[in-house]
Design a binder for this molecule. Sequence first.
Ligand SMILES: Nc1nc2c(ncn2[C@@H]2O[C@H](COP(=O)(O)OP(=O)(O)O)[C@@H](O)[C@H]2O)c(=O)[nH]1
Ligand SMILES: [Mg+2]
Length: 221
Amino acid sequence: MAGKDEEYDYLFKVVLIGDSGVGKSNLLSRFTRNEFNLESKSTIGVEFATKSIQTENKVIKAQIWDTAGQERYRAITSAYYRGAVGALLVYDISKHITFENVERWLKELRDHAEANIVVMLVGNKCDLRHLRTVSVEEATEFAEKNKLAFIETSALDASGVDTAFQRILTEIYRLMNKKQMSAGGSSPTPALGQGETIALSSGATDKAGSRSKTACSGCRT
Ligand SMILES: Nc1nc2c(ncn2[C@@H]2O[C@H](COP(=O)(O)OP(=O)(O)O)[C@@H](O)[C@H]2O)c(=O)[nH]1
Ligand SMILES: [Mg+2]
């Protein structure tokens, strides 16, 4: 029987990318199952996990893909990126090299993903504040230069995790709405076009401020 979990307005594929060990799998398990694993059992064969959220009166089902450890061999296949409308590009705030490698991951996205994929830079492990090597300022500057949303998270203590997913899904939804409007307003989905006001400004800096806000407050110290 189809339960409430099955009902959604949109299904968005979001991929997790970033160096090995930055916490991608744990961000996924924290968000979808509220679980965290201290051991790095690299890859318990999960291809993707799903979770539905609500935004602007719509139910968005997120299908979040995890690399299954392929990032270690720089062998992520293009199938991984196919159809993805969002990407969380994760680094570890206590390992500067993982932040330096963000450039490479952006190039990977340019080469393999849709041109208009929504990318959010995620500084994970912000609970390790005593070991921090990437400052909020440095990451914010980089994110602004590259027009990325930015947030810090901790999969361990859960701070910022829900916010990160909520924000990227909301931004994807808004951009999709905007695109449908500018394509003539003939939406294929009856749920749309019911007189909602859709912001036509670019950059999605409005309302949720997903591009202008930076770290979650819990992670700034
Ligand atoms: N302190 C801390 N450790 C984390 C956090 N997220 C992940 N880890 C640890 O970092 C290691 C790698 O995590 P994992 O999710 O496997 O990273 P992945 O290779 O990017 O998928 C594991 O030992 C996790 O327990 C976090 O937010 N804080
Ligand atoms: Mg992993």
